[in-house]
Design a protein around this ligand. Structure first.
Ligand code: AMP
Length: 608
């Protein structure tokens, strides 16, 4: 196993080497308030990280100490994280959306000594629980002035520029302070504590060592995927392993990233930044697809007909290409016309330069991947989890199979257990859950394999297919297993208006579903069906919308086993949300929480 580990001992060293090799090249691009983008070099990033790292040393951070970052996805998140590691510390990641009691739990459980807080709102959460945080000696404020904060007479909160100034002062007297820290970091030292969202109970701190990230950087470099001249559009939450692994790849490969964590800005920003690649959770691709097809459907007439024709031509070409077959000349000629008039316009929505997208974090519906492929947009699906620093398998540009999550990364072993569970071993597997020896022993076996809790299959060529989660399989009272995620994925693919689905049926005699509809898409449908001007809540209960959705559910049911069919459904009047505790920060549905919260609506589906 060690044979595949990176020869670079730490993330700090990897970063240092990158700054040295690429000092004058662009590293990051950040949005300015006036809508323009500012470019920052590796050299400038190295300078900022160096002074912040020295500032942490001056604050008293010792090797191995935990320092938390509670901030949205932006350049400052990255410099803080790198500074922590260059000071020999380990980063505890906290989503800015995490509620105050959970923040307090995570900071106390991790024993974090300093916290980088994005703004006054984040500081207020810390203040509210200060007595539970005796280990937190200082808070560093990223935006704003500490003197303006209520209750800061105690000087608990320091400004980030003050920290940098302290770092510069330290460097004058001890020029090697940070370099010595970097030299001392070994591959097994703790790099990051990421708290998994956990679908029930308290979050668990996943302990990822330095070699988890350096391995990921190495392995991704070996794939036919990202190149040094790529421009990434980075929006994923960096508190999550999927976002974080992209940073390791960036340090190892040296491409540039435009960074903006605002989800509502993705498509508009892509038109301006014109990136060559982006990674995202499937929901983003579902939304983009829904927006495009419903806009066209609402326009109707010859434009919609032309669109459908172009997609069908694109699909024929896509099917032949994916099967390794030749495209006949007539179809190729039609495809040139379809591409010019329609398909290229779809690609232009994403800036027109995208070489590929990567989808991960949850299952991507194959129909959606096929639709994008028909438009000339490649979505490469990958698979992993926080417990293995996100990168387990991925499709590559020169070899990809839609419906699979690709082949194991070089140096990662994947096998299927007797009960179908995906078992994974690599240098990036966690050393364990923080302070949870029993749960660690359940997740890691004696041979070092991580038990993922996912059910999957490997085909003859080594491509992995995730068929469901062991943790989510349920049995109806008839004793038949139902794989809810597979059905939910099909429903999303069948109906462009549905935005979220929860299939329910554990211990019941048949399955039902809770659905939500995409507000924009529904308004477009309403305008076309004589219901313009009605609000979302009244639309979802209208007989017209119920009938429309029933039609799609009937189509879905036609594709399912009898025991899997959705006998009844309820359309909720709003989307499931993070605020209501129905989604994890990485936008996964908290199935059990949703079922509990909407218990009455579900029960009603089983009466009468
Ligand atoms: P997290 O630790 O939040 O990244 O969640 C990891 C889990 O997300 C995995 O164990 C899978 O259940 C799920 N997951 C990640 N990628 C995929 C994928 N491509 N297809 C299906 N499930 C996935």
């Amino acid at each position: 196993m060690t044979a595949t580990a990176s020869t670079v001992p730490s993330v700090a060293r990897l970063f240092h080497d990158r700054v040295f090799a690429s000092a004058d090249r662009e590293a990051f691009r950040v949005p300015e308030p006036d809508g323009t983008w500012r470019s920052i070099t590796w050299g400038a990033t190295g300078e900022r990280v160096g002074e912040l790292a020295a500032g942490l040393v001056a604050l008293g951070i010792e090797a191995g100490d935990r320092v938390a970052v509670m901030c949205s996805t932006r350049y400052e998140w990255i410099t803080c994280d790198l500074a922590i590691m260059c000071a020999g510390g380990a980063t505890t990641t906290v989503y800015p959306s995490t509620a105050a009691p959970d923040v307090a739990y995570i900071l106390a459980d991790s024993g974090s000594r300093v916290v980088f807080a994005e703004d006054a709102e984040q500081v207020a959460k810390l203040r509210a629980h200060r007595e539970e945080l005796p280990d937190v000696g200082a808070v560093v404020l990223i935006d704003g002035t500490p003197a303006d904060l209520p209750g800061n007479d105690d000087g608990w909160v320091t400004g980030i520029d003050d920290l940098a100034a302290r770092g510069r002062a330290l460097t004058e007297t001890s020029p090697d302070a940070v370099a010595n820290r970097i030299d001392a970091i070994g591959p097994d030292d703790l790099a990051t504590l990421i708290y998994t969202s956990g679908t029930t109970g308290r979050p668990k701190g996943v302990r990822l060592p330095q070699k988890a990230w350096t391995y990921q950087g190495d392995a991704l470099t070996k794939l036919d995927l990202v190149r040094p001249d790529d421009l990434q559009y980075l929006w994923l939450p960096l508190a999550h392993s999927f976002g974080k692994v992209l940073l390791s790849a960036q340090l190892a490969i040296g491409f540039a990233s435009a960074v903006d964590g605002r989800v509502d800005k993705i498509v508009d920003n892509m038109g301006v930044v014109r990136p060559t690649m982006m990674a995202a959770a499937p929901r983003i691709f579902e939304k983009a697809h829904a927006r495009i097809v419903t806009t066209i459907a609402a326009e109707g007439g010859p434009k919609a007909k032309l669109f459908d024709w172009a997609i069908s031509v694109g699909r024929k070409v896509s099917d032949l290409t994916l099967a390794g077959k030749r495209v006949p000349p007539l179809l190729a000629a039609q495809h040139r016309v379809a591409d010019k008039l329609v398909l290229s316009k779809i690609r232009d929505r994403f800036g027109g330069r995208v070489r590929f997208f990567v989808s991960g974090s949850a299952a991507l519906a194959p129909d959606l991947a096929h639709w994008f492929h028909a438009a000339g947009v490649i979505i490469l699906e990958g698979y992993g989890m926080t417990e293995n620093a996100a990168g387990g398998s991925v499709n590559e540009l020169s070899r990809y199979r839609i419906g699979t999550v690709g082949r194991p990364l070089p140096g990662t072993e994947i096998k299927i257990g007797d009960d179908g569970e995906v078992l994974l071993r690599s240098p990036s597997v966690m050393t364990g859950y923080h302070n949870l020896p029993e749960q660690t022993a359940e997740a890691l076996d004696d041979d070092g394999f991580l038990h993922t809790g996912d059910i999957g299959e490997l085909d003859a060529d080594g491509y992995l297919r995730i068929t469901d989660r062991k943790k989510d399989l349920f049995k109806t009272s008839g004793g038949k297993y139902v794989a809810p995620q597979a059905i939910e994925g099909q429903m999303l693919a069948v109906c462009p208006y549905v935005s979220q689905v929860v299939v329910h049926g554990e211990g019941r005699n048949h399955c039902t579903a809770l659905l939500t509809l995409d507000a924009d898409a529904l308004q477009g449908w309403a305008a076309n069906n004589g219901l313009a001007g009605r609000d979302h809540a009244s639309l979802v209960t209208s007989p017209e919308v119920q009938t429309m959705v029933q039609g799609y559910v009937d189509t879905l049911n036609g594709r399912l086993n009898r025991w899997e069919t959705i006998k009844k459904f309820t359309i909720l009047d709003r989307e499931l949300s993070l605020e209501e505790g129905e989604l994890t920060p990485s936008m996964k549905i908290r199935r059990k929480d949703v079922e509990k919260r909407h218990q009455a609506a579900l029960d009603a589906l089983y009466t009468g």
